[in-house]
Design a protein around this ligand. Sequence first.
Ligand SMILES: NC(=O)c1ccc[n+]([C@@H]2O[C@H](COP(=O)([O-])OP(=O)(O)OC[C@H]3O[C@@H](n4cnc5c(N)ncnc54)[C@H](OP(=O)(O)O)[C@@H]3O)[C@@H](O)[C@H]2O)c1
Length: 283
Amino acid sequence: MTVAVTGASGQLGRLVVEALLRRNAGPVVAIVRDPSKVADLAERGVQVRQASYDDAEALDRALAGVDRLLLISGTEMGARIAQHTTVIRAAERAGVQLLAYTSIPRADENPMALAREHRGTEAVLAESTVPHVFLRNGWYWENYADRVAAAAEHGVLQGAAGEGRVSAAARADYAEAAAAVLTTDGHAGRSYELGGESLTYPALAQVVSEVFGKPVDYADVSEAEYAAALEQNGLPAPFAQALANADTGIRNGWLDVTTGDLTKLIGRPATSPAEVFRAVLAQ
Ligand SMILES: NC(=O)c1ccc[n+]([C@@H]2O[C@H](COP(=O)([O-])OP(=O)(O)OC[C@H]3O[C@@H](n4cnc5c(N)ncnc54)[C@H](OP(=O)(O)O)[C@@H]3O)[C@@H](O)[C@H]2O)c1
């Protein structure tokens, strides 16, 4: 069984490839835009094939002989439904037997701005002939890495999520879940709502305080104020707005995942935020 991973040069994709190699379930194909980024994987026996999500012909070549495919959602906001559709059409032509797509919790009804393209992609898959499974990944604790380091320095963790809870996990946890789905049977037609420990931001501030050994309080601001602060810190405006809007989503419970799907798939508890932040501290 040949398993391919798109976005294999990215942070999640690399971890999925590693998890697949550990499982030793058959040939692994890394689909990337720039093969030089994964030269180390090629040296370890991974078949590296070049294709962007915009290039149907290159995708046809990259998907030849692929049985199962992980489509990792792209990064170009606004272009992603069209790009993902190009990959899905290529998977149909290639006769892929299972396509797993990295989505967002409750994508079908989630009002967060970041959910729109995931919902659109899921809708394309719902109409597709390719058997598919939705991996509705919650937040990465790593998303908070810059924020927690700054919070420890200034004694304040800022956000716009109020008392809302976020269920996050380490990228490596979601990668293991993806590898489990790609290498075992019975997943076609399923949606997995994936998330780990569930915390409010005041509780997260407490975790940061314990890990860094410094007092940290949570300061709640409005979505607009938070977007402005992120922009002031150098984030491009659309990204700052999307992140601040995500905090509103958290405030309203849209990233609070209580299914236990992640621990069931990986067979262990998800990584705690303290473990992720300790790794950040050690860098
Ligand atoms: N759950 C969360 O908290 C969270 C947070 C951030 C993002 N995400 C989503 O999850 C995905 C994976 O996360 P990540 O941390 O691995 O992101 P990442 O490190 O930025 O990796 C994104 C990968 O997608 C590839 N890619 C982007 N656009 C592409 C295109 N048009 N054609 C081919 N490949 C393309 C990139 O290729 P290059 O190496 O060539 O750039 C890279 O390999 C992200 O892309 C995003 O959709 C989720």
